[in-house]
Design a protein around this ligand. Structure first.
Ligand code: SAM
Length: 311
């Protein structure tokens, strides 16, 4: 893959662009220019679509986009891919965790925000990150490899009880107790797996024979759970919902795509807060058959959109 090439296909792109652009249409022509924030730039699929929507209409051309990603590589690739929009002052890309974006929203009038949670296809396929059980790689799993503890460090430090909780809550893994016990026993013997394949082998051994060949790979849930824990995905989502999204200007909109029932529940509950938001999606929007056929990753995506209320 060349330095600016991306594989990630943006999910529910059209409905997101149409909905987030709506508040900009209501601005009078002499209103100050505003910002749309893409909190999870990734491969820039949604950012590219927002840029196009702004560019295609003289009415919108004065507005700008701020894109954030915690992954330094995604940011560097984006700066190459979108160098013209950046030079023209229509786009700013910053390496930042979205949980720390509150101040950025204080400094700018923001009328639209997107968070497309989790990881990109490019990160999944980067063997050095150890996010996929399909390829051999180090047990790292950090979306920002320059910060925090790797998966291996986490496995060295957590208690068996915490590990069991992580696997059960974040992975909904029914053999959480057995896998946690196997991991702690391998740690006691100084034989903790250091690579993705090593972890897969351990999960297979910990899983009863009759359950080893289900619809999904037997290590899927363990990998998901550990990735969520390593990147503190629930904690940063709480901060996004509680102290970033409420700073959108009244009348502005927020869209969040989640891939896990715990995440979706958090988004749903925050958007129910009638002092702050009017939920525009009573039920989450999901990909249709056409999108599913070209982008299997969209299968578990749930999109919720809300409007920030005046007050
Ligand atoms: C699903 S991808 C986004 C794909 C993007 N919408 C596109 O169309 O190309 C998620 C991206 O969000 C980033 N990300 C995940 N959690 C983040 C966080 N807390 N702060 C900033 N970026 C985050 C990941 O590094 C990844 O690049």
């Amino acid at each position: 893959m060349s330095s600016s090439e991306v594989k990630h296909v943006p999910i529910l792109k059209d409905v997101i662009v149409q909905s987030l652009i709506e508040p900009f249409k209501l601005l009078s022509s002499d209103a100050p220019s505003c910002w749309l924030v893409d909190c999870t730039f990734g491969g820039g699929g949604h950012t590219g679509a927002f840029l196009k929507a702004f560019e295609d209409s003289t009415e919108f051309r004065r507005h700008s986009i701020l894109a954030l990603d915690q992954d330094p590589e995604a940011v560097e690739r984006g700066k190459i891919r979108f160098k013209d929009a950046i030079a023209a002052g229509r786009l700013e890309i910053l390496q930042r965790n979205f949980s720390e974006a509150g101040e950025l929203l204080e400094q700018r009038p923001v009328l639209g925000l997107l968070a497309d949670l989790g990881f990109s296809s490019d990160q999944l396929e980067d063997r050095n990150r150890g996010l996929s059980f399909q390829w051999e790689g180090p047990l790292d799993m950090r979306l920002n490899p320059t910060q925090g503890r790797s998966c291996l460090e986490l496995l060295k430090q957590v208690s068996e009880f915490e590990l069991e909780q992580i696997l059960r809550e974040f992975g909904e893994e029914r053999f959480s107790k057995r896998i946690a016990a196997f991991l702690v026993e391998s740690r006691r013997r100084g034989e903790l797996p250091k690579t993705t394949k090593g972890l897969v082998d351990l999960v297979v051994r910990a899983t009863p024979h009759h359950a080893r060949h289900g619809k999904i790979h037997v290590a899927t849930r363990t990998f998901q759970a550990l990735r969520i824990a390593v990147n503190e995905e629930m904690e940063v989502l709480d901060r996004l919902l509680d102290s970033v999204i409420p700073r959108i200007r009244p009348g502005g909109r927020a869209a969040v795509i989640s891939f896990h029932s715990l995440e979706d529940r958090k988004v749903k509950n925050q958007f129910k807060n009638q002092d702050l938001f009017r939920a525009l999606t009573k039920k989450p929007i999901e990909a249709n058959d056409e999108e599913l056929s070209v982008n299997p990753r969209s299968r578990s995506a749930k999109l919720r959109i809300a409007e920030r209320l005046v007050g």
